[in-house]
Design a protein around this ligand. Structure first.
Ligand code: FES
Length: 138
């Protein structure tokens, strides 16, 4: 085999060996968008939702985190971090949504990224209160 032919075949082999890496990379780019068509209620008299009766309390339901941010003030966001899909939590001291996996932080009112690796904000949902019932919708 001549040197020119050997180099040509080497380049082809190098190109072929990169294909699986490209396939793997494309598989890693998953979407962690929040749930769509959300419409459910939470009864604040239910003991499972009791933490929502206090500022700083939070509850997980249907893929969302619902946070009591003040007297009768609530925010609902996707509970799935947009970076790699970890479940986020609420830090009542910093008043931010935090991801335990790589330290991403989000604004609890808007879902916008404050810091860390998340590529986009958390999906925000609408919360309305009527009596002791919260209604969460897309
Ligand atoms: S999975 Fe949340 S910051 Fe990485």
């Amino acid at each position: 085999m001549e040197r020119k032919e050997f180099l040509k075949q080497g380049l082809i082999m190098c190109g072929l060996s990169l294909i699986p890496i490209g396939v793997i990379e494309s598989c890693k780019k998953q979407s962690y968008a929040g749930p769509s068509n959300v419409n459910f209620t939470l009864d604040l008299t239910n003991t499972a939702n009791a933490s929502l009766n206090s500022t700083g309390g939070s509850v997980y339901a249907n893929g969302l985190i619902i946070v009591c941010t003040g007297a009768s003030t609530y925010d609902a966001l996707s509970a799935t971090c947009t970076h790699a899909g970890c479940t986020v939590g609420y830090n009542s001291t910093s008043r931010t949504i935090v991801c335990p996996c790589h330290g991403g932080t989000y604004n609890v009112s808007t879902g916008a990224v404050i810091s860390g690796p998340p590529p986009s904000g958390l999906t925000k949902y609408t919360v309305t209160k009527s009596g002791n019932v919260l209604t969460i919708t897309s």
